[in-house]
Design a protein around this ligand. Structure first.
Ligand SMILES: [Zn+2]
Length: 462
């Protein structure tokens, strides 16, 4: 038998194990991870990973792709977002099907699944519930049958996507029965609305005042309430984009009480602080929750390095510098979110591994393995026989400067412009196809599969 591909000479890194090994690929699947001393089996193609790390392709659990939110259209689509993801070593993107006004959650999932057929890499989908109305329970069951078992709820953005506490309770309980998990954007809306009113009265709604309109304690307040709800109904819960050590600690404390509660954070909350709101273009850094003060960022980073963060999501939102600037005088109406699906790996690798000394196995857990498990994506986030052949070859000593002109996201800026970063992929294999190598990018066309989530396992690998 001749195998499609062998990746040899490198150090294979999984969340639970690493060491020199040869990865043998056939039919899009890893068929063997073998002793590097053994002769290479017959193969069509070989990638020399000598001196490099070979890590599982990234699973980005938090992407917004080409979504229209209010007046603003994100500039990418599944084709461009997935090409950018692959350049950044992410081989699975998970998007959100946020219903348009009046649209049912199931219909939103079906609509976005169709758009996802243009993807160059594999995709999965989170549903989103805004109100616990008649028929939602049945729709959640149908979504689970389609392989959508993760459902987002927002505790903020009243009259847009905000779900009340009764909705959060019902959805968490229903999802638990379906083998799923609720994903929650936790910021206490009444605190935010009051802070925004005060800011408006003081004429301080410009992007440079963004921090004051969404205070840190709004996050801890909402996390506390949602955790209590999850504990009450005995259901798991996943918090997207946590930004403070206090919020992370609440999740950890709940976990010690036996609650299946999880923390996601994003590269920007680990690496950028609110001093960027004092620069010439504060609007380019407006995201929700806001970037925090330097001591908060340092404390969050310490939690991540201590092992208290479970996943890294990009919270990718692709707006241009022009879109961000247009209404920068009012953060209540301007588009929020940062582009990041392509830079998740180098930004986080630089901060956590190169600077912070995080073991690379642990980094793989946050970047790929844990997001795969918390999305029910069996066969993702691990390099092992039977797993999908999603592989990233990277040189942990190779430094490159981030430059928006050289990135592939459908926008004209990056929050990391001119930063020196390590952890850029040199080669990427996606479902067995070599899409990036020394010769550049090889567009595989719209081959990405819409993955169906399995029931979510009770335990993480690490
Ligand atoms: Zn988001």
């Amino acid at each position: 038998m001749t195998y499609d591909l062998v990746v040899h000479g490198g150090t294979v890194v999984n969340a639970g194990w690493s060491g020199p090994a040869t990865v043998v690929v056939s039919g899009g699947t890893v068929v063997a991870v073998q002793d590097p001393a053994l002769p290479l089996p017959p193969h069509e193609r070989a990638l020399d990973a000598g001196g490099r790390l070979v890590i599982p392709g990234g699973v980005d659990p938090h992407c917004h792709i080409g979504q229209r939110l209010g007046d603003y259209q994100q500039l990418d689509d599944y084709a461009s977002a997935s090409v950018a993801a692959l350049h950044g070593g992410t081989t699975t993107v998970v998007d959100f099907a946020i219903p348009e006004p009046g649209q049912a959650p199931l219909a939103a999932v079906q609509e976005r699944r169709e758009l996802a057929s243009a993807s160059r890499c594999d995709t999965a989908m989170h549903g989103c519930v805004i109100a616990w109305e008649d028929g939602v329970a049945k729709q959640l069951a149908e979504m689970a049958e389609l392989g959508v078992r993760t459902v987002k709820m927002f505790t903020t953005y009243r009259d847009v996507v905000m779900a009340g506490p009764d909705t959060v309770l019902e959805v968490l309980r229903a999802l638990h029965e379906l083998g799923g998990i609720g994903y929650v954007h936790a910021e206490a809306n009444h605190v935010i609305e009051d802070a925004q009113e005060q800011a408006a009265a003081a004429h301080r709604t410009h992007a440079r005042h963004h921090s004051y309109t969404r205070p840190e304690l709004a996050e801890a307040a909402a996390v506390t309430e949602v955790l209590a709800t999850a504990e009450h109904v005995g259901a798991p819960v996943y918090f997207v984009h946590q930004t403070t050590a206090e919020a992370v600690d609440l999740v950890r404390a709940a976990r010690r009480r036996g609650v299946r509660a999880y923390t996601e954070t994003c590269p920007h909350y680990l690496t950028l602080d609110s001093s960027v709101y004092d620069t010439e273009h504060p609007e380019r850094f407006v995201c929700c929750p806001p970037l925090r003060g330097s001591s908060t960022v340092a404390a969050l980073r310490a939690r991540a390095l201590a092992g208290d963060v479970d996943t890294l999501g990009s919270d990718h939102c692709c707006y241009s510098a022009g879109q961000k600037a247009e209404h920068r005088d009012d953060v209540r109406v301007m588009p929020n979110g940062l582009p990041g699906v392509e830079t998740r790996l180098p930004v986080a690798f630089t901060e956590l591994v190169a600077r912070g000394g995080m073991p690379v196995e642990r980094f793989v857990a946050l970047f790929a393995s844990n997001p795969a498990r918390l999305n029910g994506l069996t066969g993702k986030g691990v390099i092992a026989p039977g797993a999908d052949a999603d592989l990233v070859v990277l040189d942990p000593s190779l430094t490159r400067t981030a430059d928006a002109n050289e990135l592939h996201m459908a926008t004209d800026y990056t929050p990391y412009q001119d930063r020196r970063l390590v952890g850029w992929p040199e080669a990427v294999v996606s479902a067995g196809r070599v899409v990036l190598d020394a010769d550049g990018f090889h567009d595989p066309g719209p081959v990405g599969r819409a993955l169906a989530a399995d029931p979510i396992p009770e335990h993480l690998l690490t």
